[in-house]
Design a binder for this molecule. Sequence first.
Ligand SMILES: Cc1cc2nc3c(=O)[nH]c(=O)nc-3n(C[C@H](O)[C@H](O)[C@H](O)COP(=O)(O)OP(=O)(O)OC[C@H]3O[C@@H](n4cnc5c(N)ncnc54)[C@H](O)[C@@H]3O)c2cc1C
Ligand code: FES
Length: 263
Amino acid sequence: MKNPYLPEPCRIVAIKEETDIESTFTLKSSIRPQHGQFVEVSKPGVGEAPISVSGFGEGFIELTIRKAGHLTGKILESQAGETLFVRGPYGVCFPADLFAGKNLIVASGGCAVAPVRTLIRSRLADQEQVSRTSLLFGFKDPQSILFRDEIDDWKEAVPVVVTIDKEACSWTGKTGFITAHVPDVAIADPATSYAVVVGPPVMMKYTTQEFMKRGLSPENIYVSFERRMACGIGKCGHCKIDDSYVCVDGPVYRYDKALRLLD
Ligand SMILES: Cc1cc2nc3c(=O)[nH]c(=O)nc-3n(C[C@H](O)[C@H](O)[C@H](O)COP(=O)(O)OP(=O)(O)OC[C@H]3O[C@@H](n4cnc5c(N)ncnc54)[C@H](O)[C@@H]3O)c2cc1C
Ligand code: FES
């Protein structure tokens, strides 16, 4: 029987510094994830952490990692040519097929743009979905904007709002939390529109409320949880909220199911 904890050695082929504390690693890998899934990434002698797949293609995956503590700090010190160890993919993905042909608004904040990036890329690669997609991103300040160049490209194709929390002298764009901008998003028919909302719990709680004020039902909203995890495969219970194991029942949840799990 295959050991489910056995990771695949993955060589780092490129590293792109996104911000002072976040970099995107391109790893040579045979892992084929779906949008919104995560992998467990380890560095021998340091530890293992769940990380969303922020990009993938033939023979590679991308992981966008924020320096949060010991392991992520060590990973961010890694150089191209070194090896990281990866197992997965794990978890429930976004239901891209359900969204196909429907209006979709993706709202995400900070590092949480990483788990929605492949969903956005796939929508924008499909001409039929482009006119039905709009994006709403929130960051702490201009320096924290992730995937800056790619977001500029997305602006050429679809309506994109980028907002930062507070006014800053170098910033001429929108300010305030994401919640303040949901009322301005064009939603032609709420009954047939979907929203994906991913960010810190407080952001998800209030942003989903704003979408519901716009007429979306909880059944048409999807969220994704970042929960402390260990095994990632439903064995250890670290990620459990009530009776739900976030690593296998999530991290993506339909909001009517997630409601009872939000703190
Ligand atoms: C499904 C999922 C997807 C994730 N995707 C990404 C991603 O794409 N990029 C990324 O940078 N990070 C992601 N994370 C968070 C990442 O797993 C943690 O930042 C990492 O485990 C911290 O490990 P560390 O040893 O560096 O920090 P530690 O030294 O263990 O902790 C440092 C700080 O981070 C906090 N922390 C630890 N684990 C988590 C967690 N799971 N969620 C929130 N805070 C945590 C601790 O409370 C502490 O304050 C994801 C987490 C989950 C559950
Ligand atoms: S992380 Fe072990 S059960 Fe979910």
